[in-house]
Design a protein around this ligand. Structure first.
Ligand code: FES
Ligand code: MG
Length: 600
């Protein structure tokens, strides 16, 4: 834009009065030999002394794409345009790899890597001569890991999403990455497709470069990065393969240099108000159940108070506006064409929601960036007053089974409501029998033989941050084949101390803390126990007496407590020693002591 070009022309000549952080390395008048040594190795690929000593800002490009991280692999191409943007604006780019995170293949779970990637990025940003950084985000955990590091470091930082894949198709119908897995499992269990059919259908979800094209955790976290103000307006939903994506890369490169000159830092942008905005946007887009974990973690690292009561209070009563899988029909191509996150934010602003004056990466307020951006397509982004669903945000559940868990209300289907919630005495509560699994292996072993009917609640335990190091994404459980063959029209409700894929559509109570492996009451639950779930009162109660609870717990502790799987790598062991519960973002408590590290 013209305005940005004007700003830039003032930046081209570095002012002698302004000294950036990188000058501590490259401009040490009292120790020139040391400065030369610092500069030396950056010259061996063609950077020149003149550039490094020019006083221009040094901008990191935190590269999360690689062959090992295919969702973000296209960043290897896009980084070229980021670099050109940085150069145009008068900065010097230094691209470096971050610890790769691949959601679907990483065992036991990619959440282990979120905190590892966070720690290593903080080290890199602290230890090397960076004045600002472009965070190349995309696949689920890459975005929160990078925002957590930006929060801790507090040097100017901006996100650039790789962008979602193009639409996937099967026989004329849309196939969403991730969501198709649940569909294929159910079709296979019901005998509708064979083994080869599973492989063919699932892989049709992956249509091009980019991250999952559904409103799973990747799309959610990038939309929320934009809602927080940490990405350019309109940037999060542009498909990876569109020309606009590479243009966005260029503009992001230009923007970060301006941010460094303006000294606009993560702590100026990621304020309490910005997080409240993101919580509200999350409901409107139908965001992933992983969003509270990640957003609460980012908040902790930037020193903002945010908890699950905030999510319920600010987010629950808002409507779901965006008609994307898994809660709806469409995929990210439609979402982008309909106006994307900007259109949603604009409409929330029109409703008098959101804090309008929060600062964003480009120096403008969220209102200046987004107001007047109405949608082009009401099939994909519904009118706030005629939404997909009312009261679509998360419920913060408590009770005698756990202190804290969340439930995504937007995926409760009419069939589920009829089967479980159409009780004339209390249309918000149901009682049912529990069947309990100790981790996914136990589930796979017993799902077909356990005593499960159409009114059973499936419980998965031993899968929290301690139990299954990193918290497994396994609380979305499919009903046994005999029920599916009988034509069960809804997903059975689930409870667990682990997580659920953002692409899953089962009505589940997730992230229960304390987890079984911390000897929370989930650990004493038995097959056949009755549970009462009250959505109105936000309670899940195990219907046995306090005396019985205590007796079972005493017996468990006498046996040495809940037995979780062993750690298999050194990091799994470190992780278990340092990590906090999912309800508080699953962060390393000791890491939150370090804030604004760049100023230290
Ligand atoms: Fe990487 Fe979905 S698995 S974005
Ligand atoms: Mg996921």
């Amino acid at each position: 834009t013209k305005e940005l070009e004007e700003k830039l022309s003032n930046m081209q000549t570095p002012s002698a009065s302004k000294s950036f952080r990188s000058a501590q390395w490259f401009n040490k008048p009292d120790d020139l030999a040391m400065s030369a040594l610092y500069a030396d190795r950056y010259l061996n690929y063609g950077l020149t002394n003149e550039e490094l000593l020019s006083g221009r800002p040094i901008i990191g490009i935190a590269q999360s794409g690689s062959d090992l991280a295919p969702c973000n692999q296209h960043h290897v191409v896009l980084a070229k345009r980021v670099r050109e943007g940085i150069r145009t604006a008068g900065g010097i780019a230094i691209e470096f790899p971050t610890h790769p995170i691949q959601e679907t293949t990483r065992r036991p779970t990619a959440t282990l890597d979120r905190n590892l990637s966070y720690l290593s990025l903080v080290e890199l940003l602290y230890a090397y001569p960076f004045d600002g950084v472009v965070l190349l985000t995309g696949c689920d955990k890459t975005t929160p890991a990078m925002l957590m590091a930006a929060a801790t470091m507090n040097i100017p930082a901006i996100c650039m999403n790789v962008g979602p894949m193009l639409n996937g198709w099967d026989r004329g119908a849309l196939v969403g990455a991730g969501t198709v897995v649940w569909k294929a499992r159910e079709m296979h269990a019901a005998g509708e497709i064979d083994d080869q059919g599973v492989f063919d259908l699932v892989t049709k979800g992956t249509s091009s470069v980019g991250h999952c094209n559904t409103m799973g955790t990747a799309s959610t976290m990038n939309a929320l990065a934009e809602a927080l103000g940490m990405a350019l307006p309109g940037s999060s939903a542009i498909p990876a393969a569109y020309r606009e994506r590479a243009q966005c890369a260029y503009r992001t490169g230009v923007q970060i240099v301006e941010m460094v000159h303006a000294d606009r830092k993560p702590s100026d942008i990621m304020t309490r108000e910005a997080f409240e905005n993101a919580v509200m946007v999350n409901t409107a887009i139908g965001g992933s159940t992983n969003a509270p974990i990640h957003l609460n973690a980012i908040a902790k690292h930037v020193g903002v108070k945010l908890d699950l009561d905030d999510w319920d209070r600010l987010g629950h009563s808002l409507p779901l506006m965006v008609n994307l899988q898994p809660a709806g029909q469409y995929l990210c191509e439609e979402y982008h064409r309909a106006g994307g996150t900007q259109a949603v934010i604009s409409e929330l602003l029109d409703q008098g929601l959101l804090h309008q004056d929060v600062l964003t990466a480009n120096g403008k307020t969220i209102k200046e960036n987004n107001s007047g951006r109405t949608t082009w397509d009401r099939r994909t982004i519904k009118d706030f007053t005629k939404p997909m669903k009312e009261n679509a945000g998360f419920l913060h559940m408590t009770g005698n089974l756990f202190d804290s868990a969340i439930m995504k209300a937007s995926v409760i289907s009419p069939a589920f409501r009829t089967a479980f919630l159409e009780n004339p005495n209390d249309p918000n509560a149901f009682e049912c029998k529990a069947v309990v699994f100790d981790g996914p292996e136990d589930y796979n072993k017993r799902i077909e033989t356990a005593d499960i009917d159409a009114h059973t609640i499936l419980v998965m335990r031993g899968t929290g941050p301690l139990g299954y190091p990193g918290a497994a994404e396994v609380v979305n459980m499919t009903a046994p084949a005999h029920l599916l063959k009988q034509g069960l029209k809804y997903s059975l409700p689930c409870i667990g101390d682990g997580r659920q894929s953002g692409t899953s559509a089962s009505p589940s109570i997730l992230n229960a803390s304390p987890e079984a492996a911390a000897n929370g009451n989930l650990a004493i639950l038995q097959d056949g126990d009755r549970l009462r779930v009250d959505l109105g009162k936000r309670k899940v109660m195990l219907l046995i007496s306090d005396t019985e609870i205590k007796a079972r717990m005493d017996a468990l502790m006498a046996r040495g407590g809940y037995q979780a799987v062993e750690s298999h790598t050194p990091f799994q062991d470190f992780f278990r020693k340092e990590v906090g519960p999912l309800s508080e973002g699953m962060v390393f408590g000791r890491a939150t002591r370090f804030q604004r590290v760049a100023q230290m």
